[in-house]
Design a protein. Structure first.
Lengths: 665, 319, 147
């Protein structure tokens, strides 16, 4: 039998004004197990805690019930207090008689009655509490960053600068991500490469950073502080150590001139050879062979690159390699892409080469792009005299076709595009169709206003219904002007679509491996939308960049830095305390049926053949084993288990049942 | 039947199996019972006829723990249960030799007894028997159509295919001639009051003998949660209360997504409670809300209750 | 269930709230002073996926008039997936209770985030009204557990 002490807090008048505290004390004094009951003005205060400690010692208490504010507020305080008096901290239960009683009920009698019932439930539960021990698990002082765009680069640099080793896994042959495709950046109009390339080089040269490019995460096991990750290094067919990055192979690859392999980096506006670096400033400056298209891999003939390579770096025999590495923390910085526009037939994107996306426009305006920075129509290579921008293509969409959210960056980059075009070719007529123009951010609205006031970009509030390619090669844009309330038919040379952004396709697979939650739009979920914005609810997983939600470069960089600080904070610890409220299997009852393992989000349950001995039982059985370091205590397994073999410590079947009984007495 | 006995004898004699799990003659012509045969000699009591309704798959949990292989006779519908037990790691497939025996539906003795009291002999119920069953009683002979005496579950037969078997014996017949969810739909169409009265009436007959629990191949926990002292859920039968409801709801809930609808619960209930109506309701809901699912069809398939989609229906919604 | 001095029926309602969203939502309702009837008694569980159907039936057996389960919104589960399993379980359980003739409406699931104090309070008010209109739970109670 427990020896329980009940402490009822007045919380000044917060509780005492509505709940008759003295009466609660008198009524719970004779509950089973209760040997001591008292009230105090502020239980959480120094003096209140002293009172508790004294009572524990004097009455040899084995369990505590504190009737006070929410356990979310002071459970930790009272557990620490119990520990000070030599009591196991998990022998404390809180009856929430403030937030869930005194603050919401006005009738004193009613509130007092409810407070007594809540106290009874807590007392009944404590009667079944058992001391629990927090475990410890070591922290591996190495971080993994998944994704080598600006988010991943900045996070890795910040972690590395703090003195911890960090690995970057990037799917593409080079780091750099989307930002490396951009021309200029808003609101300062400095060139994207000029600010990104030095960071890419820094990553490559940093002693604490290891780069895995052309690689993917294949599997993740383990838990916070102790992840084991399998990284697949796809065969590059080029020896990274030997290659000098001279570029001879790309220049001589026969498919470079005659081939029709669209360059991913140039969004298909240009072709590339089968052996290629995505762009000139690629890091690492080592090409890869695209085996699907390479003539040598398709037919066994050719081999030009191997013949001409001065450093004999080409290796056709290279195979995919799996590297297994351990990490204490993982940052997801998998970034974004734009949506597929197949569903938006009305904009004629698939019909006319002169209807392009904004990211294609970035390439067309980039001096290193397919046209050397000269803006031209892809159909006839003429310079457009009239350009129409269409905003919110798939963003803020209330039907299934698009995305419900605002992509956040489109208003700003369209203003940027409009201004840059006007700057270079002042006689170009630029029109923007928009739903709303959204420009919160430092110097952002000023930037947009410059587009309107200084550059006379024609902004029309209204949507475009249809883009119709004309026989003369021009495009007819049908839209509405909502402010003038009139239909618009406009002939133009080029249409640019601000397609909605979406998280990179692979993120769902990665989130599943990491057991990190994602929302309905596949953006990673934060642990708390406001207070823990760069952490995933899964311990040890951190979020950086667009993978978490739409954001621009300055925001991405700040978030990257914040994620890095969180990682460093974790890696700085030698040991982590583990939650002792974990699941536990009773082998006498366990069927070994694997139902629990099927619902465990953490892969914490494995099976083992175990000798089970008990009344009438002496056999080797398949039984479930819970890994306490992995288990987070959600209890999904306990509900899935038909026999009740699986139970959750701290929230056991009996404890909850007894609470139900106490409330329904 | 002799062909089957010969084959089982051969399997025992050549050492392929160490024992046979089948049925042996009962003390009446209509109550054969599951039995283990350890030698060819013992097989003289083996029987396989229209009354061998018992699903033997659950007994394989213990039988496959024994040394050597056990041959088991499984009807097409029993193989679903066996597959489900494989999925749940409850039987050792390597220690089982499955003979998929043919089935043309099994008989409900209660239906026969309605017209025939004082039965002394029944013939024509073998797999290759006649369309009519001949019943000798102390009051004279009677005849009944085989199909008229089928167990309720055979009218919603899942088909004549064995889902798993090492070899098969005899022809099977798909005896389905009723809509599977007809009975459930009929109940659903009633008012809440009528349904409550119906189930109260049925469940008040429950004597908590646990026959349903013991026979059910899905309800195969080593120790039942209702016997688990750590759950505070131990119960007894009582006169006018909720406990039977709780027991049967939870029992059906625990086998939801795992129940193959073999109908053994209703077959063995000494009070004749149509217990399959609980399971079949869950099956119907699962099919409706989460897509058609037949437990035991594919031993690799994920059970609907350990699975989800982001777009699942909300509780309480009637889709 | 209880009857107050005016002879008015006061339902007994058990609410299972997940620790991360709904319990915090209930706290927020409290700190925002958004009242709901004292008939609601909350039991804290780590996750809506922890709510075993046996707890719900147990509450009814012991005389509860209504049971409500609150969890994080689908997609927001602290443990990623707990509420998805809970959603399926409760869908089937509620349908079964309806099937055996228990008044539809004595059970409810509501997703309520830590930020939705107002929703929590509104939900509880609605639920209490609903249960009050249904009256005393006679179909699921165990007579031996009550006087």
């Amino acid at each position: 039998m427990q020896r329980i002490g009940v402490f009822v807090c007045h919380c000044g008048s917060n509780i005492a004004a509505t709940v008759d505290v003295k009466k609660v004390v008198e009524l719970v004094r004779y509950e089973p197990g209760v040997v001591f009951a008292d009230d105090y003005m502020y239980m959480c205060s120094e003096a209140g805690q002293e009172k508790i400690i004294e009572a524990i010692k004097e009455n040899k208490l084995t369990g505590l019930v504190i009737c006070s504010c929410s356990p979310r507020m002071h459970e930790k305080t009272f557990r620490a207090c119990a520990e000070k008096a030599g009591l196991n901290p998990y022998m404390v239960e809180i009856a929430n008689i403030r937030e869930q009683c005194s603050w919401i009920h006005k009738d004193r009698e009613e509130a007092t009655e409810k407070a007594v019932i809540l106290a009874r439930a807590a007392i009944a539960k404590v009667n079944l509490n058992t001391p629990l021990q927090e475990g410890e698990s070591p922290v591996i002082k190495r971080a993994l960053v998944i994704g080598g765009g600006i988010a991943g680069i900045q996070t890795a640099l910040d972690i590395a600068d703090a003195g911890y080793p960090v690995d970057i896994v990037e799917r593409e042959p080079s780091i750099g991500g989307r930002m490396s495709q951009f021309d200029k950046t808003f609101p300062t109009l400095d060139c994207a490469s000029c600010i990104l390339t030095p960071k890419m080089v820094e990553v490559n040269q940093h002693p604490n950073i290891t780069l895995y490019t052309y690689s993917e995460v294949e599997g993740v096991a383990g838990y916070v502080g102790n992840f084991e990750v399998q990284i697949k290094k796809k065969a590059r067919s080029v020896d990274m150590a030997a290659c000098t990055g001279c570029g001879e192979c790309q220049a001589k690859c026969p498919l470079g001139k005659m081939g029709k392999i669209p360059s991913e980096f140039d969004r298909g506006l240009k072709n590339r050879p089968a052996i290629y670096m995505p762009f000139a400033q690629a890091v690492p400056a080592v090409p890869v062979i695209d085996r699907e298209n390479c003539t040598y891999f398709k037919t066994g003939k050719c081999g030009v690159c191997a013949k001409i390579c001065p450093s004999k770096a080409i290796n056709y025999e290279q195979e995919d390699e799996i590297v297994t590495e351990k990490y204490g923390a993982i940052v997801v910085a998998t970034g974004f892409d734009i949506i597929n526009l197949d569903k938006y037939g009305e904009y004629a994107y698939n019909e006319s080469p002169d209807v392009i996306t904004s990211i294609e426009l970035e390439r067309l305006m980039n001096a290193a792009g397919p046209t050397g920075g000269h803006l031209e129509r892809m159909s006839d290579h003429k310079q457009p005299k009239d350009i129409v921008f269409i905003q919110c293509v798939g963003s803020r969409c209330d039907d299934e076709k698009g995305k419900p959210y605002c992509s956040k960056v489109c208003c700003m980059y369209t203003a940027k595009h409009a201004m840059l075009i006007k700057d270079h070719w002042p006689d170009t007529n630029v029109t923007v169709f928009y739903i709303d123009v959204r420009t919160p951010g430092k110097n952002f609205d000023e930037f947009y206003r410059r587009a309107v006031e200084q550059y006379h970009v024609n902004y029309i509030k209204g949507q475009v219904g249809k883009v119709i390619p004309q026989p003369d090669g021009s495009l007819m844009v049908q839209g509405v002007d909502l402010l003038d309330n009139k239909q618009i038919m406009k002939k133009t040379d080029m249409v640019v679509l601000a397609a909605a952004i979406e998280p990179n396709k692979g993120v769902r697979k990665i989130a599943t491996m990491l057991t990190a939650s994602i929302d309905n739009n596949d953006f990673l979920t934060e642990a708390h939308a406001k207070l823990r914005p760069v952490e995933s609810p899964t311990a040890g997983i951190f979020l950086s960049g667009m993978a978490q939600g739409p954001k621009d470069i300055p925001e991405t960089v700040s978030q990257a830095g914040a994620a890095a600080v969180k990682v460093v904070g974790l890696l700085a610890k030698d040991k982590l305390k583990t939650n002792p409220c974990t699941a536990k299997c009773d082998p006498m009852f366990c069927n070994g049926c694997s139902t629990c393992a099927n619902v465990c989000p953490y892969g914490a349950i494995t099976y083992e053949d175990q000798l089970v001995r008990g009344p009438g039982v002496n056999e080797t059985r398949r039984v479930a084993i819970v890994n306490n370091a992995l288990c987070q205590g959600c209890g999904a397994c306990t509900t899935a288990c038909p026999s009740g073999a699986m139970d959750l410590q701290g929230f056991s079947n009996r404890q909850i049942t007894t609470e139900v009984d106490a409330i329904c007495q | 039947m002799q062909g089957l006995i010969d084959r089982l004898t051969a399997l025992l004699n050549d050492g392929t199996v160490a024992r046979v799990l089948g049925w042996k003659k009962g003390d009446m012509p209509y109550n054969p019972e599951p039995a283990i045969f350890n030698s060819a000699e013992e097989l003289k009591d083996f029987v396989y006829d229209g009354f061998c309704g018992a699903n033997l798959s659950k007994m394989m949990i213990e039988a496959t723990k024994l040394e050597g292989k056990t041959a088991v006779c499984l009807k097409p519908c029993d193989t679903y249960s066996f597959n489900q037990l494989i999925r749940e790691h409850r039987v050792n497939r390597d220690n089982a030799y499955i003979i998929g025996v043919g089935c043309r539906g099994k008989l409900d003795i209660e239906k026969i007894k309605k017209d025939a009291k004082g039965i002394t002999e029944i013939s024509g119920t073998e797999l290759d028997g006649q369309e009519k069953v001949t019943i000798k009683t102390i009051y004279g002979d009677k005849e009944i159509n085989y199909t008229d005496a089928l167990l309720g579950r055979c009218h919603v037969c899942k088909g004549k295919e064995h889902m798993i078997a090492d070899e098969t014996w005899g022809e099977s017949k798909d005896t389905a001639d009723q809509e599977r969810f007809e009975e459930v739909q009929k109940l659903e169409a009633m008012t809440a009051e009528e349904r409550f009265e119906f189930f109260k009436n049925e469940l008040s007959k429950c004597i908590r003998c646990n026959a349903c629990r013991n026979v059910c191949p899905a309800c195969s926990c080593r120790k039942c949660v209702f016997d688990n002292t750590k759950f505070d859920a131990q119960q007894k039968a009582n006169v006018d209360s909720f406990e039977e409801k709780m027991f049967h709801i939870i029992r059906a809930f625990h086998v939801a997504g795992r129940c193959t609808d073999c109908g053994e619960c209703s077959r063995v209930c000494p009070e004749g409670i149509p217990l399959h109506l609980f399971n079949r309701k869950f099956i119907k809901d699962i099919d409706k809300y989460y897509g058609e699912f037949q437990a035991g069809k594919d031993p690799e398939a994920q059970s609907p209750l350990t699975d989800f989609t982001f777009e699942d229906i909300e509780p309480g919604e009637r889709g | 269930m209880s009857v107050n001095e005016n002879g008015e029926f006061r339902p007994l309602i058990v609410a299972f709230c997940c620790n991360w969203c709904s319990y915090a939502g209930a706290d927020l309702a409290g700190s925002s002073r958004l009242s709901y009837p004292a008939d609601v008694k909350i039991i804290r569980v780590p996750c809506s996926g922890r709510v075993n159907p046996m707890f719900i039936l147990r509450a009814f057996e012991r005389g509860a008039d209504g049971v409500i389960i609150c969890g994080c919104h689908p997609g927001d589960c602290h443990y990623s997936t707990g509420n998805y399993y809970a959603r399926r379980r409760m869908t089937l359980l509620f349908s079964m209770l309806d099937y055996i003739g228990v008044e539809n409406g004595r059970t409810r699931v509501e997703w309520c985030s830590a930020a939705e104090g107002a929703k929590f309070s509104k939900t509880m008010n609605e639920f209490c009204e609903k249960i009050a209109s249904l009256g005393k739970n006679v179909r699921l109670g165990d007579l031996r557990c009550k006087d």
